[in-house]
Design a protein around this ligand. Structure first.
Ligand code: NAP
Ligand code: ZN
Length: 350
């Protein structure tokens, strides 16, 4: 198959810094959309994958799954998109389209394995897929999202992962007006969780390890801030939450958070892909649940983007040049980002 070389940034080993590389992009096939990448968000998952925290990373890793760009060309079967249109690509670029999950619009749970935007199996060129830290990407139209033109484009990029990963569980667990919702961890995902829970009419409590983030949490839409290290404050909120969204990216003790749930309430984990321990009694005494959630399907991602367009919701971002990515990774891992880095891809093209 024909392909073209484009500039990208990636890591050659799990201990290496990211550096400039050349990668191949396939020619635009009948169902494909070729996208000139304008901006790409920096997700903590990018760092986990580069560092091989979850195992199975394939090198070079070219991360990036919060992609915003403009359509450069379309294949002959593409009717939904046209040249020049503003579009997005999130965490997936393909799935089997035949299994029940795909039929249900939940491609992220494809029973034959969805194809990740990076580090997925590349069925076209062989090897593995490369993500959005690059000049261009070619994606099947089914995995391309329409981006509302009224929003600040740079702040839209993080909606493609941080946005949908928090939106999907809030919707699936039917968070509604008046519910008391706790968002645990004020980072990229957490700040979108606050904005969405607030927009859905919930009473939002930011549950954080960082007292210094209190003011920001309130500005973002939290009604209250709960410092998770403060046992007295935790005791005051015991048994009072209808829903908890836990975005903590590392192994941690979830038992104190289970204690915050009301009877029949659920804590959804989206961050820690780790063995976690809890006391069965903590769930049994109160019919409580601990659940998990992975990104969101294409249909609900489009719904989320449309909701953001209507409610003027974007991510709070700090722009960086591609060349500053390694410093940005250090800042994310040391909990120093407000609240998402977004790469200006012009810096790679020049
Ligand atoms: P992030 O920007 O680094 O934010 C994580 C936040 O968690 C931090 O800001 C911090 O908030 C809190 N935190 C960090 N270390 C902690 C610790 N040891 N104990 C308690 N809290 C801690 O990360 P992100 O990009 O939002 O991603 C969060 C996690 O979700 C990552 O693991 C990422 O891989 C994962 N993820 C999952 C999905 C999915 O589909 N399920 C999708 C995208 C990302 P405070 O300072 O407020 O405590
Ligand atoms: Zn992500």
């Amino acid at each position: 198959m024909k392909s073209t070389e484009v500039k990208a940034f990636g890591a050659k080993t799990n201990t290496a810094d990211l550096e400039q590389l050349q990668i191949d992009r396939r020619e635009t096939l009948a169902d494909d959309v070729e996208i000139d990448i304008l901006y790409c968000g920096v997700c903590h998952s990018d760092i986990h994958t580069v560092r091989n925290d979850w195992g199975g990373s394939q090198y070079p890793v070219v991360p990036g799954h919060e992609i915003i760009g403009r359509v450069i060309s379309i294949g002959k079967n593409v009717s939904k998109f046209k040249e020049g249109q503003l579009v997005g690509v999130g965490c997936m670029v393909d799935s089997c389209q035949r299994c029940q999950s795909c039929k249900d619009g939940l491609e992220q749970y494809c029973e034959n394995g969805m194809v990740g935007t990076y580090n997925g199996k590349d069925e076209h060129l062989g090897g593995h897929t490369f993500g959005g830290y690059s000049e261009k990407i070619v994606v099947d139209q089914k995995f391309v999202l329409n981006v509302p033109e009224n929003l600040d484009t740079k702040g839209v990029a993080p909606l493609l992962c941080a946005g949908i990963t928090t939106w999907s569980p809030l919707r699936n667990w039917n968070v509604k007006e008046g519910d008391k919702v706790g968002v645990i961890g004020l980072g990229g995902l957490g700040h979108m969780g606050i904005k969405f829970a607030h927009a859905l009419g919930a009473k939002v409590v930011m549950i954080t390890t960082s007292p210094g983030k209190s003011e920001d949490a309130k500005r973002l839409g939290a009604d209250e801030v709960l410092i998770s290290k403060d046992e007295e404050q935790m005791a005051e909120h015991a048994g009072s939450f209808d829903f908890l969204l836990n975005t903590v990216p590392v192994k941690h003790d979830i038992n104190p958070y289970i204690g915050l749930l009301k009877r029949d309430a659920t804590m959804v984990l989206v961050g820690a892909i780790e063995p976690l321990e809890f006391h069965g009694g903590a769930l049994i005494m109160g019919r409580k649940s601990v659940a998990g959630s992975l990104i969101g399907g294409i249909k609900e991602t489009q719904e989320m983007l449309d909701f953001c367009g209507e409610h003027d919701i974007v991510s709070d971002i700090e722009m960086i040049d591609m060349q500053n990515i390694n410093e940005a990774y250090d800042r994310v891992t040391s909990n120093d980002v407000k609240y998402r880095f977004v790469i200006d891809m012009l810096s790679l093209k020049n």
